[in-house]
Design a protein around this ligand. Structure first.
Ligand code: AKB
Length: 337
């Protein structure tokens, strides 16, 4: 008998580290984590971590020969700014890696006649507003609106969503033989902010970078304008959301792709929260044209009514609480050390 396990890819990344910690805490499954990088030692001690490339097929074959994978949290991806520098690599990792894992989950579901639950974090980057006027006029798009991403990462995420829907509903058009399909569930994250890790390679990074710089007494020049507006979420909510979605009864889910969001801020409003806690913070604005264009294409907010209705999505942290109860106290401790 193979041992039941949960697989987390991209485990050494920002969301990955927080998710591994939380899934391990729940103590109800064996956790196999994977990344091209090692985990920090304190986390590595808690899981079985595999350092390897998502594109290495033999790795997955070895994993399924030993483990019965019940859940997959597929986080491995190149983020939006990095993907613009290396579009081919981004496509290979973001699409090729996703496709490989979906294929594996589809085969495993069919073989053991039990759906593998496949959680895919997509992104606000799957949207593409074509002008600032339309961005202002359509602040809370539904999941299916404005799906015209302008970044490689956004294209990859949107296609990853489509592949997930294909593999979980139409794989090889086998419906007549009643195969067991995998159970694909997806959230679209806004910009995420962690107190414990600093992001890299994303375009929403100006928010967390501003805060972490202020906590270290460093000046920060934002790469987007003051009026640049998108939505954000504190990391505990981001991690909680995917666990909550994974545990939601299948029959409650009316769709497979869900927008989720917590609070929406302009860069200037973000800076005001930072300055409330770090009054000496030196924050200036020096927009980078390319990164600004990306942020201008993302909606101000997202309509997450379906997630709230179907599986009880309700973020714990609004902006005020995120800064005062989660971000600032933990960041202070981090840099005091
Ligand atoms: C990025 O900026 O690329 C990510 C995202 C919004 O998905 N943080």
């Amino acid at each position: 008998m193979r041992k039941k396990a949960t697989l987390i890819t991209g485990a050494a990344g920002e969301v990955g580290q927080a998710l591994v910690e939380r899934v391990v805490e729940q103590n109800n499954t064996h956790v196999i984590s994977m990344d091209i990088k090692p985990l920090p030692p304190e986390l590595d001690a808690k899981v079985q971590h595999i350092v390897g490339d998502i594109l290495d097929h033999s790795l997955f074959d070895r994993i399924v020969s030993r483990y019965d994978i019940t859940h997959i949290y597929h986080l491995a991806a190149l983020l939006s700014t990095s993907a613009e520098y290396s579009p081919m690599l981004a496509h290979n990792v973001n699409v090729g890696g996703t496709m490989r894992l979906l294929q594996l989950a589809a085969e495993q579901s069919e073989w053991k006649r039990e759906p593998v639950i496949f959680i895919f974090p997509s992104s606000v980057a799957a949207f593409g507003m074509d002008s600032l006027e339309n961005k202002a006029a359509n602040p809370r798009p539904e999941e299916w609106e404005w799906n015209k991403p302008i970044t490689m990462y956004g294209c990859n995420k949107l296609y990853g969503e489509t592949l997930g829907i294909y593999y979980s509903n139409h794989y090889q058009q086998l419906a007549e033989n009643e195969p067991t399909m995998l159970d694909f569930r997806c959230v679209r994250y806004p910009g995420l902010i962690s107190a414990f890790t600093v992001p890299s390679g994303g375009t929403s990074d100006y928010g967390p970078e501003m805060l972490h710089a202020a906590a270290q007494g460093k000046a920060y020049a934002s790469f987007v304008r003051k009026d640049a507006a998108i939505s954000f979420m504190a990391m505990p909510d981001a991690v909680g959301s995917v666990i909550q979605l994974a545990n939601a009864p299948r029959e409650n889910l009316t769709r497979q792709i869900y927008n989720i969001t917590a609070f929406s801020l302009t860069a200037e409003e973000f800076a005001a929260h930072v300055k409330e806690h770090f009054p000496d913070a030196e924050i200036t604005y020096n927009p980078d044209i390319s990164r600004q264009r990306i942020i201008d294409s993302w909606p101000i907010d997202m309509n997450d009514d379906a997630a709230r209705r179907d599986w009880g999505w309700d973020p714990e942290y609004d902006a005020e609480k995120a800064f005062s109860e989660y971000l600032v106290p933990n960041i202070r401790k981090r840099y005091e050390k």
